[in-house]
Design a protein around this ligand. Structure first.
Ligand code: ZN
Length: 180
């Protein structure tokens, strides 16, 4: 089957390509899209590392230091829930993964420098150790999506011994799958 694109579409894709590549470098905190969370998943031997980058808006509903008591409580709850971490993102049971460590970095919520632009992110890294890493081909994100209702889409890049993959999940889907 041949995919035929109308010529204007091809042209606009060609024109957009290089622009899109320069306009959206990773970790450019000024250029995220609300509702969209990025995951970088790396499997190295038994060690599974999941890096999460989320707009604060998608976790908290605002992207500045909290002002009111209610906002401060909400911000602390977001940090605490992500630090508790592993239950929000659940690997294939068959891979037999156990959490090792979690780090959460959100300078805007942690009294660091004020965000440079209008946007602010939260970065988290979850490290797990898997007894059967070769069985890993999915992550259940249901708890993450239940906790943070403003997340609409998750886009993932996976680097594993089996290869490199891209995978995406759009609500109401709950399980991110790749590779098979
Ligand atoms: Zn934003």
């Amino acid at each position: 089957m041949t995919l035929r694109l109308p010529v204007p579409t091809v042209l606009s894709l060609l024109l957009l390509g290089p622009l899109a590549a320069t306009a959206a470098p990773r970790h450019d905190h000024g250029a995220h899209e609300h509702g969209r969370v990025a995951l970088e998943i790396a499997l190295d031997g038994p060690t599974l590392t999941i890096g999460l980058e989320a707009p604060l808006d998608s976790l908290l509903g605002f992207e500045r230091a909290p002002r009111t008591e209610a906002e401060k409580k909400a911000a602390q709850a977001v940090l605490a829930d992500l630090r508790a971490g592993a239950g929000l993102i659940v690997p294939d049971a068959a891979a037999q993964c156990q959490p090792v460590s979690t780090t959460v970095d959100a300078p805007t919520l942690q009294g660091g420098a004020a965000a440079a632009g209008e946007h602010a992110d939260l970065d988290a890294t979850f490290v797990l150790r898997c007894a059967r890493p070769q069985a890993l081909a999915s992550l259940d994100l249901g708890s993450l999506l239940d906790r943070f209702r403003r997340i609409a889409r998750v886009e993932a890049e996976i680097v594993a011994p089996a290869g490199q993959f891209k995978a995406a999940l759009q609500r109401p889907a709950r399980v991110l799958r790749w590779g098979r």
